[in-house]
Design a protein around this ligand. Structure first.
Ligand code: ADP
Ligand code: C5P
Ligand code: MG
Length: 218
């Protein structure tokens, strides 16, 4: 139902009556109204790890912006080289590219609960998402982690990522502070941010998240 209704509306100018429009801020949800959670935090703060726990416990669809971009690189799509160069530099890929990838996943999903991980990374990302999809997140999770812990985690991640090295991590931390913190500030002012202490064992961190979802997601 969700997929069919969404596809009836033009992608770049969502109608006020579209299903996406009904996902405005609010805590309750039902099968026809998407429930959107942005999952933010610096590189290595544990976003992906925590998303896996949330998926397992609360049945969300996990959309990692970084994973979607890496998939574009490995499938040799037209933007692949540009995306690879941007990731190597720890910079942010142009918003229209990333938003389109996320939009495609949302619109083709049978689920209505989405964890959008590592997005929005900048005010430009945020504005593009809200404009193109016509919705705001219901909640924003912010995994707060000291820089030295993030560096330690990234350098021991061992997934063969081109950006998990000392030089690129320094750049990513700078980009996080300059571009991502303003997004967190924006949603804090709107009362949407749940700040999580990302230090501790994976399960301990998750125990801070569990009550938020138990209360807010129906
Ligand atoms: P992000 O998606 O925020 O970049 P990840 O979830 O990929 O972070 O985690 C980065 C690395 O840190 C991974 O190797 C992961 O296993 C590890 N990690 C995640 N959460 C914790 C934690 N609470 N304590 C220690 N290591 C963690
Ligand atoms: O979230 P993740 O660590 O997987 O992101 C890896 C890289 O992907 C980022 O450092 C950035 O270069 C790119 N990215 C982006 N825009 C996003 C998310 C990730 O450009 N919204
Ligand atoms: Mg990740």
């Amino acid at each position: 139902m969700w997929r069919r209704v969404v596809s009836l509306y033009p992608l770049l100018s969502p109608s006020k009556s579209s299903v996406l429009h009904r996902a405005k801020s609010g805590i309750a949800s039902n099968e026809k109204t998407p429930f959107i959670v942005f999952v933010l935090g610096g590189p290595g703060s544990g976003k992906g790890t925590q998303c896996a726990k949330i998926v397992e416990t609360f049945g969300f669809r996990h959309l990692s912006a970084g994973d979607l971009l890496r998939k574009e690189i490995s499938s040799n799509n037209e933007n692949g080289v540009m995306i690879l160069d941007t990731i190597k530099e720890g910079k942010i890929v142009p918003s229209e590219v990333t938003v389109k990838l996320i939009q495609k996943e949302i619109e083709s999903s049978d689920n209505y609960k989405f964890l959008i991980d590592g997005f929005p990374r900048s005010e430009e990302n945020r504005i593009a998402f809200e404009k193109i999809l016509g919705v705001e997140p219901n909640i924003v999770l912010f995994y707060d982690c000291p820089e030295d812990e993030m560096v330690r985690r990234v350098l021991s991640r061992n997934e063969g990522r081109v950006d998990d090295n000392v030089d690129t991590i320094k750049k990513r931390l700078k980009v996080f502070a300059a571009l991502n913190l303003p997004v967190i500030k924006h949603y804090t002012v709107r009362g949407k941010v749940c700040k999580i202490n990302a230090v501790g064992a994976v399960d301990e961190v998750f125990e801070q998240v569990r009550p938020i979802f138990t209360l807010m997601v129906k």
